[in-house]
Design a protein. Structure first.
Lengths: 153, 591
């Protein structure tokens, strides 16, 4: 039974992830939760999860740093970055941190299960840019998500 | 002229015929150079008579009667009592004259009838002894002459001659001397003189038969009067000037000798510097300078400049008698005599401490206002940034979580369970829109890509969004295309000016296009936003650059931002649109 650790500083987000996973994959075990990068690395050592669903922007230690720390410790856990952000260099940043994929929070319903499955199967998941572009051009909005470079430092 | 000279010491004391022996009535005439002379002479004539117990009749103009009476009162004569006792008979020359004239000729009968009571009550012996002698003054003749009716004046003189003989009283007539300046008056003058037994001034008595001599005398006399008048005028104006200078309190006005010693001192000098005239006269003006300035020989240096250039002016600290200092405006002017010899200096000093202090305070308050506005802008930026982050990181997270829940429901629930599955789908779409909206607002509050990637990327990002929201077509030029990064403050200032300007274009200009140009030039970053709209109203433009007003706050905010960084805002506006140009040094100065 795959073990999953949910890491996000927002309760509601952890709840949301938990709710999706429990509904769609009741066979997966949610082995624990953490609220920042440091807790995440500790929990990863303790629970040895197969997958960490890891937010980027968190207090104490952010998700990318935590990803690096986990990789450095040689843990077998695979890391899926789960973020609000979308910007040009995001893929690079995620890859550099050692993580194997990322999912945007707003696309959780569509992508989260697929991404975890891909990682469990030993693969990676970095979204589908072609699909995203198509979707945006069909649905012009006055929002910002269509823009290339959006990021909080 | 000498300052102490009296106006009257050069004048001859008017003669008085009062107190003459009875039986020899005198009909004298006086030619007076000025009112003062007449009143002095008249009050001596009438006052002498009243003082001697005689009666006096005065037929004079209102002004002359008033002048006479105030002088007699000042002498201690009680005119009211004199009137009650039948000693003083004042008559109005103008009114009486009107009553006398019949077809332009004075009537002796009428005059005699009018004066009957007075004339018969005096000068004659009565049962109770000697009645008071009468002396009379009249100037109806002068009034006639002033009208140009010289013949009538002479007729009246003859009438008076008859009356004085008949009733035995002394009479004095008076003519203003300036009535005889013209050559054509000479004949009349001579005739007037002929009607009188005495002339005043007495010079006129010389060579009574020699017309030419007499005329010569008149000429001399008149010349003397003229000289006297102009001397009087000069003396008066000098006196007034001296009074003016001495009474001026707002300016210290004083005179220095060529060595800088004080030789005159006015009220203002006493007030401003604290020394009385007695304390400072004769002392050197270097006393007014602070010790450092004295040590540096500044006082002597200033005199040297004033002597060589005619004038020296400066503002600086000066010292009062009590040692306190004041900020003075000082003007030193060299005084030279007719030969050009330096005779001293005039020094005018003004205490402008209040003004200087006010200017300083104004400067300080402007500085503090500027600091405050810089702080406000900074707080505004921080607040926007905080709000933006909060929206993105907090509200955004909740929305994302909400969407996850909805997604989870949608993905697991069977159509039957949900009843109306399209309801969930619609909610998910709305939620997506909401998430995008929150993100837009948060990014507009503080664009993350500005810090991440700089103007080069943030400007086109913003323009794209702006065009979508406003429908205004934008074009963007950047030079060089590989524009480098600038300090955070400079980039933010440029970005905010862009936002503000485009908001103005959208809200006010009516323009459908906006062209934006960003360039670096001579160490400056320059942003130009040009529209093709209706232009900015003049009042708004003026407010934008001057005082605080309800309009143009946006412009002022932009301007302040740029000034903080050593930059400037230029606005050109006309019928063909508006151009806003922001210029900031690349290395923006920050406080």
């Amino acid at each position: 039974m795959p073990k999953i650790l949910i890491v996000d500083d927002h309760d509601v987000v952890r709840q949301g992830v938990r709710s999706i996973l429990q509904r769609l994959r009741p066979d997966w075990e949610i082995c624990g939760e953490a609220t920042n990068g440091r807790e995440a690395t500790e929990a990863a050592e303790k629970f040895e999860p197969d997958i960490l669903v890891l937010d980027i922007t968190m207090p104490v230690m952010n998700g990318l740093e935590a990803s690096r720390a986990i990789m450095k410790r040689g843990l077998h856990s695979r890391v899926l970055i789960f973020t609000m952000h979308e910007y040009d260099r995001l893929v690079d940043d995620v890859k550099r941190s050692g993580a194997q994929g990322y999912v945007q929070k707003s696309q959780a319903g569509r992508d989260l299960i697929r991404a975890i499955e891909a990682l469990l199967a030993g693969g990676t998941f970095f979204g589908n840019p072609a699909e995203a572009t198509l979707k945006e051009s069909k649905k012009p909005s006055n929002g910002v998500s269509e823009f290339r470079a959006l990021c909080w430092a | 002229m000498s300052a102490g000279a009296s106006a009257h010491s050069t004048q001859k004391e008017p003669s008085s015929t009062a107190g003459k022996q009875q039986g020899t009535p005198a009909h004298s005439v006086e030619f007076y150079p000025d009112e003062e002379y007449l009143l002095r002479s008249l009050s001596s004539y009438i006052g002498g008579a009243l003082g001697a117990g005689d009666a006096a009749m005065v037929i004079a103009t209102r002004a002359h009667r008033d002048g006479l009476e105030s002088r007699l009162n000042a002498r201690g004569l009680n005119l009211a009592t004199a009137r009650e006792r039948g000693r003083y008979f004042p008559l109005d020359a103008e009114k009486l004259l009107e009553g006398l004239l019949i077809d332009g000729h004075p009537s002796g009968e009428v005059l005699e009838r009018v004066l009957q009571d007075v004339l018969s009550a005096t000068g004659k012996e009565t049962d109770g002894g000697q009645a008071p002698r009468l002396v009379a003054f009249g100037e109806m003749v002068a009034l006639l002459s002033a009208r140009g009716w010289n013949d009538a004046a002479l007729e009246l003189e003859k009438i008076w001659n008859e009356l004085t003989r008949k009733y035995q009283f002394d009479l004095r007539c008076a003519y203003p001397l300036n009535g005889f300046y013209r050559e054509s008056d000479h004949e009349f003058f001579v005739k007037v003189c002929a009607e009188h037994s005495e002339l005043s001034p007495s010079e006129l008595r010389l060579a009574p038969d020699e017309l030419t001599e007499r005329l010569k005398t008149i000429a001399v006399l008149q010349e003397r009067v003229r000289t006297l008048e102009s001397e009087n005028a000069l003396r008066l104006s000098e006196e007034k000037f001296r009074l003016l200078v001495s009474s001026v309190r707002d300016y210290a006005i004083f005179i220095l000798d060529p060595e800088g010693n004080v030789i005159s001192w006015n009220a203002g000098a006493e007030r401003i510097k604290g020394y009385t005239a007695a304390e400072i006269l004769g002392r050197n003006f270097a006393n007014f300078y602070p010790p450092e300035a004295q040590a540096a020989k500044k006082p002597a240096g200033e005199l040297k400049i004033a002597a060589s250039e005619g004038r020296f002016e400066e503002e600086g600290w000066r010292v009062r008698k009590d040692g306190t200092q004041f900020w003075a405006n000082v003007v030193i002017t060299a005084l030279r005599d007719a030969k050009g010899q330096l005779i001293g200096f005039a020094k005018v000093t003004r205490d402008v401490t209040d003004r200087a202090m006010a200017a300083k305070r104004l400067q300080e308050s402007e500085k503090s206002l500027r600091r405050l506005s810089a702080q406000l802008l900074k707080i505004q930026d921080e607040e926007r940034k905080r709000l933006g982050r909060e929206l993105h990181d907090s509200v955004g997270q909740y929305l994302a979580a909400l969407k996850m829940n909805l997604d989870a429901m949608r993905l697991t629930a069977s159509q039957k369970e949900l009843g109306r599955p399209q309801g969930i789908n619609e909610s998910v779409d709305l939620l997506d829109q909401c998430i995008r909206e929150v993100r837009t607002i948060s990014y507009l509050l503080y664009p993350p890509m500005l810090e991440e990637l700089g103007l080069k990327s943030a400007v086109p990002w913003y323009l794209e969004g702006f065009s979508k929201r406003s429908g205004i077509e934008t074009s963007f030029q950047i030079e060089p295309p590989t524009m480098e990064r600038f300090s955070r403050d400079v980039e933010l200032a440029i970005f905010r000016v862009l936002q503000e300007s485009l908001t103005n274009v959208h809200r006010h200009s009516g323009s459908t296009t906006a062209s934006i140009r960003l360039e670096t030039k001579n160490g400056d970053v320059i942003l130009e936003v040009r529209d093709s709209g209706k232009g900015v109203p003049k009042a708004v433009l003026e407010n934008a650059t001057n005082a605080i007003g309800t309009h143009g706050v946006g412009f002022r905010g932009m301007k302040e931002r740029l000034i903080q960084l050593g930059g400037k805002l230029e606005i050109e506006s006309g019928d063909e649109g508006t151009t806003v140009r922001a210029t900031v040094p690349k290395l923006g100065e920050t406080d």
